[in-house]
Write a protein that binds this ligand. Structure first.
Ligand code: FES
Length: 148
């Protein structure tokens, strides 16, 4: 099957019901997206599919046909971090960092549709992304900074 990731076309040999997360990590070596729960509950595996945040652990390869997938590795453009990535660094969000790629991809999806979200809108949108270190206040601050 074919897969479009970060602007590149790949031919992958995995079965059509293989999870997108598995294909990204184990076939394409794009290990930025993380495996947390494998059940669509934690958000660590979040990527964009045609610009919409999806849990890649729950997306079968068959559902990606004809879609553009963007992973954390595809955000940087010409050596420039995406504003959300830069804001996460500036605010020093990271603690263990495991949730960060999924957090950032969810935040990117939010700002694509709502460039100036309120704090309530940020919290509501990010609700499904879990951070075991509890860095939520810094995550909200970074997203606010990226939206300015
Ligand atoms: Fe996909 Fe937790 S690993 S939502």
């Amino acid at each position: 099957m074919e897969l479009q990731v970060n602007g590149n076309k790949h031919t992958v040999s995995a079965a059509s019901d293989t999870s997108l997360l598995y294909v990204l990590r184990d076939e394409l070596d794009l290990t930025g997206s993380k495996y947390g729960c494998g059940e669509g509950q934690c958000g660590a595996c979040t990527v964009l599919m045609d610009g919409k945040a999806v849990r890649s652990c729950r997306v079968p390869l068959s559902a990606t046909q004809g879609k553009q997938i963007t992973t954390i590795e595809g955000l940087e453009k010409e050596g420039q971090l995406h504003p959300v990535q830069q804001a996460f660094l500036d605010v020093d969000v990271f603690q263990c960092g495991y949730c960060a790629p999924g957090m950032i991809m969810s935040a990117v999806a939010l700002l694509e549709t709502n460039p100036r979200p309120s704090e309530e809108e940020i919290v509501a949108h990010m609700n499904g992304n879990i951070c075991r270190c509890g860095t939520y206040p810094r995550i909200v601050k970074a997203i606010k900074e990226a939206s300015n």
